[in-house]
Design a protein around this ligand. Structure first.
Ligand code: PRT
Ligand code: MG
Length: 214
């Protein structure tokens, strides 16, 4: 495709990217929340949006099926940055990667005693690196969602998950005991597209950069 294809996931990333697109003069012609279309036209006939799962955005951009995309740092770390240029922290969809345990579980004591912790998470690489750096032995259990359920059912002692308001932890009687990283969404760009489509891409990247809150 000669024009520009932008990969976005529905939900918070789409919502929070809208003002940045607007700053670049790009307006979607349909709302992906209500439309079932996966390719959304914009007011510019040389720019289209493709609606992907949040975890698939790096794959679309890496292979050039999309020229640029917006993706959480959490997803990017797990995916690895191969073939992706990451020029901008867009500072949207912000949250924190945390370790959480059931209220009343003595995490410090378990760690101090060298217990082997069972940790459930969608973020295996992030969790592995975090506990390895602390010298804590863990058995990692891969889940694809609703991590909060794992400690409540005895599947795990702890979870590694994203927290924004904290209300999901609270509703499930869990408490955050460790901060692993601050997370926000990044712009990702296909490296070949950056060279081949420079004239069309540069104004969009510039507009995004100017629209990001300092
Ligand atoms: O939800 P779905 O399975 O469709 O896909 P997804 O979870 O991959 O996508 P989405 O849209 O939910 O998340 C996209 C990106 O938003 C993530 O990759 C993060 O970078 C970012 N983000 C920001 C969050 C949150 N905040 C967040 N709070 N992603 C997920 N959450 C979840 C968290 O996992 C937990 O279950 O929200 C719950 C906690 O929220 P609070 O407000 O109760 O603390
Ligand atoms: Mg989600």
């Amino acid at each position: 495709m000669d024009g520009i294809t932008i990969a976005l996931s529905k939900g918070r990333i789409f919502e929070e990217t809208l003002p940045l697109l607007a700053a670049a003069g790009i307006e979607p012609l349909e709302n992906p929340e209500s439309s079932r279309k996966l390719i959304i036209a914009t007011n510019r006939d040389d720019v289209r949006l493709v609606i992907v799962r949040a975890t698939d955005a790096p794959t679309y951009v890496q292979y050039g099926a999309a020229d640029i995309g917006v993706v959480g740092k959490d997803v990017l770390i797990e995916h690895g940055g191969d073939g992706l240029y990451q020029p901008l922290d867009l500072k949207i969809a912000r949250c924190r990667m945390m370790v959480a345990v059931p209220d009343g579980f003595d995490y410090e004591k378990a760690v101090r005693q060298g217990a082997r912790l069972k940790v459930a998470t969608k973020y295996i690489s992030i969790a592995r690196e975090h506990f390895a750096a602390k010298g804590v032995h863990v058995d990692l259990i891969k889940l694809y969602g609703s991590m909060e359920l794992a400690p409540l059912t005895g599947l795990a002692d702890a979870i590694v998950d994203l927290v924004s308001t904290g209300s999901t932890l609270k509703a499930n009687h869990l408490v955050a005991v460790e901060h692993i990283a601050d997370i926000s969404s990044r712009l990702i760009v296909n490296q070949a597209a950056l060279k081949l489509k420079r004239e069309r891409l540069a104004p969009i990247l510039d507009a995004f950069a100017k629209a990001v809150p300092q």
